[in-house]
Design a protein around this ligand. Structure first.
Ligand code: NAD
Length: 286
């Protein structure tokens, strides 16, 4: 039974994972690298929950209890010392995640689960970094925005124990999510398809096939996607999608995943999507 959870990385995903964890009754610690980042992440959780209360979707008492169960910190290893589950949601860089998971494996209790919110990286390669803790490593891939999206991909690495997969599925269900179990393959089930669509939309934009808004509308109205691939890329973060595209291009070796020049350029210019105000769209106007 998972009661004490540590979420490492309080960005787009981490604050949301901490929010749903605290709402589901888990004592939750949200860790980032510096106090102002922790405060910002906790502030985002408070704002989300306040909005939920205003809209009648969250009881005020449930919000207050969740906020009581949620604390912040800057020392991931200290926070992990009595955790049942540690979930990392730091940027999509293999070395960063591998080093962090190795330190967390050493700091957490011997039975603690080690979850990664990676969108694409090999769980097997991450398992190589944690020695004897490999059976307790599992992919827990949430979707953005975490408090709204129902899917969690539970990714079984080559050495993940069945009990770890079962515990991951049970925790996702306890959060009110609808999990699927996926074997370890680059990009899993969701990112591989989603990134292929997003990168092709960018190439079409580069080639002048249509405007960003019209390419998105083609998928929204023609295929009933709730959001077109370029707007979705703005929401996810262009930097996040570039990291995933590079990794999939490297590991799967197909041209489908070669990052388009427009994506490289926008990221180099700091146009990372909604979080910076500009990406394929100008978010200050919407
Ligand atoms: P983000 O850049 O918004 O947040 C990352 C956070 O991690 C930042 O607050 C950063 O300060 C913090 N961080 C960096 N190094 C750290 C460390 N050593 N210890 C503690 N905190 C540290 O990134 P994100 O979009 O939340 O993505 C995080 C992970 O989730 C990535 O693996 C990404 O692929 C995955 N993911 C992202 C999305 C999405 O839509 N953005 C969806 C699903 C999965």
């Amino acid at each position: 039974m998972i009661r004490r959870v540590v979420v490492v990385g309080g960005g787009t995903m981490g604050h949301g994972i901490a929010q749903v964890s605290a709402m589901a009754g888990c004592e939750t610690t949200l860790v980032d690298t510096a106090e102002p980042l922790v405060e910002a992440a906790l502030g985002r959780v408070r704002a989300n929950l306040d909005k939920g209360v205003d809209r009648g979707k969250v009881e005020a008492a449930a919000r207050d209890e969740a906020l009581r169960r949620l604390r912040g910190g800057t020392d991931a290893e200290a926070a992990a010392a009595d955790a049942d589950l540690v979930v990392e949601a730091v940027p999509e860089r293999f070395d960063l995640k591998a080093d962090l998971l190795a330190r967390l494996a050493a700091a957490a209790p011997a039975g603690a689960l080690l979850g990664s919110n990676t969108s694409s990286l090999s769980i097997g390669d991450l398992q190589d970094a944690v020695g004897d803790a490999a059976p307790r490593v599992v992919g827990l891939h949430f979707f953005n925005p975490v408090h709204i999206m129902a899917l969690v991909e539970v990714v079984r690495g080559p050495r993940t124990a069945d009990a770890t997969v079962e515990a991951g599925v049970a925790w996702a269900r306890a959060l009110g999510k609808d999990p699927i179990v996926v074997n370890d393959a680059p990009g899993f089930a969701s990112s591989r398809l989603g990134i292929a669509l997003g990168l092709e939309a960018m190439r079409m934009l580069e080639q002048g096939v249509a405007s960003a808004a019209d390419i998105d509308k083609a998928m929204e109205l023609g295929y009933r996607h709730p959001m077109g691939p370029l707007r979705l890329t703005d929401l996810v973060g262009l930097d996040v999608r570039l990291d995933i595209a590079r990794y999939l291009h490297e590991t799967l070796g197909t041209e489908t995943f070669r990052p388009p020049a427009i994506l490289e350029r926008l990221v180099a210019e700091g146009r990372l999507g909604q979080k910076t105000g500009h990406g394929f769209y100008d978010w200050n106007e919407t």
